[in-house]
Design a protein around this ligand. Structure first.
Ligand SMILES: Nc1nc2c(c(=O)[nH]1)N[C@H]1C(S)=C(S)[C@@H](COP(=O)(O)O)O[C@H]1N2
Ligand SMILES: [Mo]
Length: 555
């Protein structure tokens, strides 16, 4: 489908492309019960007391039906765009999930504690296994853009489509309540629950009830399903999405707790995706079973008759959606930079005016510290770093320069003498995993005060001893404004001990309102510059340059 050069083929086409799903047995049993119990109850009811009574479907005549009915143009447009956006969200979401194919209900993400794993790999304990090693291949047939480790581009699609999804959703809900159409979706009383149960008993025991004409009304079960999709799953998907933002979570600690924690929110985000998927499946099957031609006219043409226009145009609409998936696939590989810039054009200003304004303020306790913290990145292979590592970094000097009045070279002891604070914070990796650790080191603000940036210095660049996925040294940038915020540290300690080699010795950055890749490990030098455009490919960091990550990942 797409041909890669050797470096990209090595990342995107790993030899091991097996796909396996493992689910914790207790969860599997619970899920099976949740599905089977209602079916069993329906059969029992029919065997013991017979089929429940469903009132006969009233005969409706177009000229005597007073209530809200039909499918106005705005309903039909929203339906189409929603289908487009939701499928794009599912496809790009699957690519994101494949980058850390484990879901948890605890914030530590300790290997083995996941409730579902979409990889055959059990994390090896006899060697270093980074989160990036753990990323899996996913077929581009089911995911956008698919393959392995394409999370940057997948996120661009996910965000571009989420804007469409939210705008469509808001417009739809406004229109619902601006017209009488809301009465078609919102159950009038709890009595509907009883009616829905009765309808369910019919479906579950294969006694299909006579269907109402959807042009005039829905059966109780159908109404509850539509209501849940619009008013429960849609908002839940959005709210749990926001609960994965480091800027939001590290500012408002109560927020992720609404969903049982940051990882539980991620799991619920996944489960809402499954709910959407299951809904689409059942919806399509029932549309086909209950008068396909007429139903297609309803939602495509807005008419209630038996000619074939709606069906044909409907197929064209589905074709357009499938074509969009295919076009998105090729854009991902042929114009990834344009895609990245398009998403930045919208998201960057949006972040600056919203999430980026939140200052992190965390107060985890020692007891919250994760027993094991996923490692990431490539340990430096440079000889000078290895030599210093052998000597415990006694000869290390951090060079701080660029647009500053007072360039300095600091040993670890100098840095310790400047100032030192500690904080216990939650780390959010772009891949989806989190971990809590205590970090100790120099507040970046103290360093800024010491070197005195010139007025035109707006960006701080951190260069690493370590390499990167496609070659070249790792680096990333921060706005000067952001490093002055609370809890931005040049960390030399993790959990009360000097940083180990794996976790970034001798120094690493901590920025608690952004994602992990902004926090350069194994820092060699720091440079104050006017703009990130003058460094590397100018996108703001090694991952931004090579993997199309965001410049400002507050979410
Ligand atoms: N030099 C360097 N720093 C890096 C990376 C890297 O690849 N190279 N990976 C980043 C990413 S993606 C994450 S999530 C964090 C991981 O930090 P940890 O190993 O302490 O978990 O380091 C960041 N810093
Ligand atoms: Mo990361």
């Amino acid at each position: 489908m797409i041909s890669f050069d050797a470096a990209h083929a090595a990342v995107h086409y790993p030899p091991d492309r097996r796909f396996r799903i493992w689910i914790r047995p207790s969860i599997l049993i619970t899920a099976a019960l949740v599905v089977l119990l209602p079916v069993l109850a329906a059969w029992l009811e029919v065997l013991l007391v017979g089929l429940p009574h469903i009132p006969p479907v009233p005969q409706v005549y177009p000229n005597n039906f007073a209530g809200p009915h039909g499918f106005p143009l705005w309903v039909r447009y929203c339906h189409f765009f929603n289908f487009l956006f939701v499928t794009m969200l599912i496809r790009s979401g699957l690519s994101i999930l494949a980058d850390h194919p484990r879901l948890y209900f605890n914030n530590h993400c300790t290997p083995g504690s996941e409730w579902i794993r979409l990889t055959p790999i059990q994390v090896p304990t006899d060697r270093l296994w980074t989160a990036k090693d753990d990323a899996r291949y996913i077929s581009p047939m089911v995911a956008t853009p698919g393959y392995r480790h394409t999370i940057g581009t997948a996120r661009s699609w996910h965000f571009l489509n989420v804007y469409g999804f939210i705008i469509t959703g808001i417009f739809f809900i406004i229109m619902l309540f601006d017209t009488e159409q809301w009465r078609r979706l919102v159950p009038p009383s709890t009595l509907v629950l009883l009616q829905a149960w009765n309808t369910w008993v019919h479906y579950a025991t294969f006694h299909l009830p006579t269907e109402l004409n959807g042009y005039y009304g829905y059966n109780a079960l159908q109404q509850i399903a539509y209501f849940s999709v619009v008013f429960v799953f849609g908002p839940l998907a959005i709210l749990t999405g926001i609960a994965m933002s480091p800027a939001a979570v590290n500012r408002f600690h109560w927020y992720p707790k609404l969903f049982g924690g940051r990882q539980s929110a991620r799991s619920i985000h996944f489960l809402t995706m499954l709910s959407f998927f299951a809904f689409i499946m059942v919806h399509v099957i029932l549309i086909a079973m209950t008068g396909f031609v007429r139903n297609m006219n309803h939602i495509v043409m807005g008419t209630d008759d038996q000619n074939h226009t709606g069906m044909f145009l409907g197929f064209v609409g589905i074709g357009v959606v499938v074509l969009t998936w295919i076009v998105a696939h090729y854009i991902s590989w042929i114009y990834p930079r344009d895609l990245q810039h398009m998403q930045k054009f919208i998201t960057y200003p949006l972040m600056l005016t919203t999430l980026n304004r939140l200052s992190p303020s965390e107060h985890y306790t020692e007891a919250d510290i994760s027993p094991r913290f996923w490692p990431n990145g490539m340990i430096p292979e440079r000889e000078d770093w290895k030599q210093m590592a052998r000597d415990g970094f006694q000869n290390f000097k951090l060079k701080v320069g660029g647009l500053v009045d007072n360039p300095v070279e600091l040993s670890l002891a100098d840095i310790e003498n400047l100032a030192k604070t500690e904080e216990i914070t939650m780390h959010h990796c772009i891949q989806g995993w989190t971990g809590i650790a205590k970090w100790g080191g120099l507040p970046m603000k103290s360093l800024v005060d010491l070197v005195r940036p010139k007025p035109n210095a707006k960006v701080v660049a951190f260069f690493s001893f370590g390499g990167s996925l496609y070659g070249g040294a790792y680096y990333d940038t921060q706005s000067l404004e952001n490093v002055l915020k609370a809890q931005c540290l040049l960390a030399s300690e993790m959990n009360g001990k000097p940083l180990t080699e794996v976790y970034g010795a001798p120094l690493r950055l901590r920025v608690e309102n952004q994602l992990g890749y902004k926090m350069v490990k194994w820092i060699e030098r720091i440079e104050f510059v006017e703009s990130e455009k003058s460094i590397g490919l100018g996108e703001g960091g090694k991952n931004e340059d090579d993997e199309y990550f965001d410049l400002l990942p507050n979410i």
